[in-house]
Ligand binder design. Structure first.
Ligand code: ARG
Ligand code: ZN
Length: 860
């Protein structure tokens, strides 16, 4: 293995504090591709300029198949290639360096660099894929103007796309053709992209705020064209929204999106040529759920918004990743909230944070939003960098208010346009534009771990106070923490009238504090962290009565949802530790919510759902997967039985609807299937038939998958029939087949492990496609009861899958490791089995540094 410490054998650690500016700049590059799936020849001409006074050679990262030639100012040069770096000695202050290399797209199973997917050639360069295409200083602070020419077989690759503008094209010899693209905006190489394939486009136009017409194209396989309408509508809405909310106008004459089936993550914001996992482009009612539609809108917007927050202003180094990702996630969350329901979107975003980021922050892979070190940067595209990063931006928005926040982003974009900058530069722009001192706030970038707040009301002679304490837990490398500034929206609700008083924003910036609340009613109930104003865990001494009251009356929808969740969580954790608990307060609160005619069905649907098994586990000292499953199912059954007439009403109220895509119809579909789940939980004899009828009669994937998800937990004949019908109907549609795998992996049946192992041997299962791998393996690893089977079979299955995938695609393999790193949270028996799998991985010869980093850190 290259790239290892010669004495310890461990791959090297890259540290943020070691940053130094590039020795050489590359203001211009021109590229010439002779395309072929087996072999592609890449010639690059780099205009390089010495940066600062030093005598060091030009270093080019290079991970290509073969280097054919390197010349300096047109002459052969004595270069040196070692440890995947090509060193070119240069005398003058500037020079022209030319290279010719060979790469092999079809053999590229890592899906980084130039690779083949479904006979199409496409690229993925972030973070460090460009070095797999051509030798280059592969770091985000080297910005270049790109000119590109590509030629290839016209029949295989009738469409040739790249960043920027198409400046020329023509026919070549032997059935080939060529195209030249120039991108006028200097960019780091991670934003380079090109595509060659047999594609068709959904074309449209957008007229920008200054009246420029932009040609839009969404490129897919011919048969998929009818599934691009939603992505196109989302793109145009996002372009408009960014003009209105951030004053950001698109800057090129062309904006293209290409859908690719084999893709390591969601999508990529390459300048003017976004490349997407096809699951975030393709949708029609028959094949995509409402959640898919929402995700498409969110990801299309996210990648488009990167044009400013990422492309025009980019990152100085990869430790600053959250500069673009946290900010852009915040932007896409705000966009989606504006397009639909703010309340429901906030609940969804918090659920996601709690499912993915809180466990990360509480485990061995915890790292700050701005990490201090890494072995493999791909491992840091995490929920912390993305989702907690978005919460950090949101807190600045909350503290500054919308006007000053906008002044801050205006200053940030104008001050740093065309630059590669740091998280510090972003905060500085916020401070300079607003006059608000954020020095203490910067701790959110440097300290890892989820703060825990204790809050309670106390009666003093002067009146009611809220007493607050905070604690930031130790995380790897950070044993002792400073108190953080925590913005908390609070209010008091009057238990007599249900009305709120004194809503305000307080910032807890000490270990403990007490704040007087004016105008408190006689019987005040504390509403805190309203709208989830800070990404923290709040513990209060509120009783079940208080929580039930808030769940019926809090005027802040998030706080209302949260009160219900807390009530459910308290009930379930009590049930797990004592073997039973009083369900009555939860049942009453659910009854109230279900019958509240003023509530939006989409909100009701979220509110009446029990917290997930893993979220319950996260709140326990030692996770007991069997007890959590049993107690949660018992409460579900009780809720189902006690409120059965209400569930049946809710089901009937929404069942006859014809498909429409709008917020009300989506909310109705969601509530209907949740009601179906509760009816099934009662064990009612007609439940399977009801679900099967929904499956058979529905005119959309949301209802069909919803019905399947209910059936799959049981043992009915309808279950097998529906699974079979689903498979037959969709076997040729990869994205839908993924749902078939996922639904089975998430089943609550006791034999799910057998099923998952059998599915891994199914002819449609493949390690080569990341979506398919995740559809089974990643889904299974969040099925807490099944994955944590006391036998250790689930752990072994996951480790086997990771090791097999690592040979093909280390980046995607490494993403599957974190569930095994949670061993500290389980009993000794499970912990030992989990550690044994991690140790087995670390001891495997030829292990990638990607998996090595995740597995070795998980053992610490
Ligand atoms: N920048 C892309 C996005 O968030 C994702 C790139 C992920 N890269 C990686 N190496 N995991 O929009
Ligand atoms: Zn992004």
């Amino acid at each position: 293995m290259l790239d290892v410490n010669k004495t310890t054998g461990a791959p090297p650690v890259i540290r943020r504090e070691d940053y130094s500016p590039p020795d050489w700049l590359v203001p211009d590059i021109s590229l010439d591709f002779r395309l072929g799936a087996e072999r592609t020849i890449v010639r690059a001409t780099l205009q390089v300029r010495r940066n600062g006074s030093h005598r060091r050679p030009l270093l080019l990262n290079s991970e290509v198949e073969a280097i054919h030639r390197v010349t300096l100012n047109g002459e052969p040069v004595n270069y040196w290639y070692e440890d995947q770096v090509l060193r070119v000695p240069i005398e003058g202050e500037s020079a022209t360096v030319e290279t010719e290399v060979r790469i092999a797209p079809r053999a590229n199973t890592q899906l980084m660099g130039l690779y083949e997917s479904n006979a199409m050639l496409c690229t993925q360069c972030e973070a460090q894929g460009f070095r797999r295409i051509t030798p280059f200083p592969d770091r985000p602070d080297v910005l270049s103007r790109y000119k590109l020419r590509m030629s290839g077989d016209k029949a295989l690759y009738p469409v040739l796309l790249a960043n920027g503008d198409l400046v020329a094209s023509g026919e070549g010899e032997g059935g080939t053709h060529w195209a030249e693209w120039h991108d006028p905006f200097p960019k780091p190489c991670y934003l380079f992209a090109m595509v060659a394939g047999d594609l068709v486009a959904n074309r449209d136009t957008f007229t920008t705020m200054s009246g420029r017409k932009v040609d839009l194209g969404i490129w897919v396989r011919a048969g998929d064209l009818p599934k691009t309408a939603h992505a196109m509508a989302s793109l145009k809405a996002a372009m408009k929204w960014d003009e209105e909310v951030y004053g950001r106008e698109y800057d090129l004459d062309i904006f293209n999106i290409v859908a690719v089936d084999d893709f390591n993550f969601g999508a990529m914001e390459n300048k003017g040529l976004n490349i997407f996992n096809s699951r975030y482009v393709l949708a029609d009612p028959d094949t995509a759920t409402d959640a898919d539609y929402d995700a498409i809108a969110g990801v299309v917007a996210h990648e488009y918004f990167h044009n400013w927050s990422g492309d025009r202003v980019t990152c100085r180094d990869w430790f600053q990743l959250s500069l673009k990702e946290g900010f852009t996630v915040f932007r896409d969350q705000s966009f989606s909230a504006d397009m639909g329901s703010h309340a429901v979107k906030r609940i969804e975003d918090v659920k996601m944070l709690r499912a993915a980021q809180f466990p990360e922050d509480a485990g061995p892979l915890a790292h700050p939003v701005r990490p201090d070190s890494y072995i493999e940067i791909s491992n840091f595209y995490t929920a912390t960098v993305y989702n907690k990063g978005a919460e950090v931006i949101r807190m600045m928005h909350t503290i500054l208010g919308p006007e000053r926040f906008r002044a801050g982003t205006d200053l940030y974009f104008s001050r740093h346009d065309g630059q590669a900058v740091t998280c510090e530069d972003f905060v500085k722009a916020m401070e300079d534009a607003s006059g608000v001192d954020l020095s203490h706030f910067r701790l959110w970038y440097s300290q890892a771990g989820t703060p825990r707040i204790k809050a309670r009301l106390v009666n003093r002679t002067e009146g009611v106070h809220v007493a607050l304490e905070q604690e930031v837990p130790p995380t790897p490398g950070q044993p002792v923490k400073q108190p953080m500034p925590i913005p908390l929206r609070i209010a008091l609700l009057d238990e007599a009238t249900g009305r709120p008083t004194d809503e305000r924003l307080i910032v807890l910036d000490k270990a403990s504090d007490e704040i007087a609340l004016d105008g408190a009613p006689a019987r005040p109930v504390l509403s805190i962290n309203r709208d989830f104003s800070a990404p923290v865990i709040v513990e209060t001494d509120r009783s079940a009565v208080d929580l039930a009251f808030l769940s019926a009356h809090d005027d802040d929808p998030f706080a209302r949802y949260e009160a219900m969740q807390q009530l459910m969580l308290d009930t379930l954790t009590a049930a797990v530790s004592t073997g039973g608990a009083d369900h009555a307060p939860v049942i009453e609160a659910v009854r109230q919510t279900l019958t509240d005619a003023n509530l939006d069905p989409a909100f009701i649907a979220e509110a009446v759902l029990l917290p997930s098994e893993s979220f319950i586990g996260d709140r326990m000292a030692v996770v007991d997967p069997e007890a959590i499953r049993a107690r949660r199912e018992a409460l579900r059954a009780d809720l189902g039985r006690t409120l059965e007439p209400l569930w049946r009403d809710a089901y009937r109220a929404h069942v006859a609807n014809r498909y429409a895509y709008n917020p009300a119809a989506k909310g109705a579909r969601r509530l209907k299937t949740i009601a179906l789940g509760y009816i099934a939980a009662t064990g009612a004899p007609d439940a399977a038939a009801l679900a099967k009828r929904q499956y058979d009669e529905s005119d959309n994937m949301t209802d069909r998958q919803g019905a399947l998800g209910v059936l799959v937990n049981g043992y009915s004949a309808e279950r097998d029939a529906a699974l079979q019908a689903f498979y037959e109907r969709y076997r040729t549609n990869g994205l839908v087949l993924d749902k078939w795998f996922t639904t089975q992996a998430l089943s609550t049946r006791d034999d799910v492990l057998d099923q998952v192992e059998a599915l891994a041997g199914h002819p449609d299962f493949t390690l080569a496609n990341p979506n398919r791998l995740r559809s089974l393996v990643a889904a299974f690893s969040v099925n807490q009861r099944a994955f944590h089977d006391a036998s250790g079979r689930g752990y072994r299955f996951l480790a086997d899958m990771i090791l097999a995938e690592d040979k093909l695609n280390p980046q995607t393999a490494a993403k599957l490791v974190p569930p095994l790193g949670r061993w500290r949270r389980f009993d000794e028996g499970r912990a030992a089995l989990m550690r044994a799998e991690l140790e087995r991985m670390v001891a495997t010869p030829g292990l990638s540094k990607d998996v090595f980093e995740q597995a070795s850190k998980s053992l610490a």
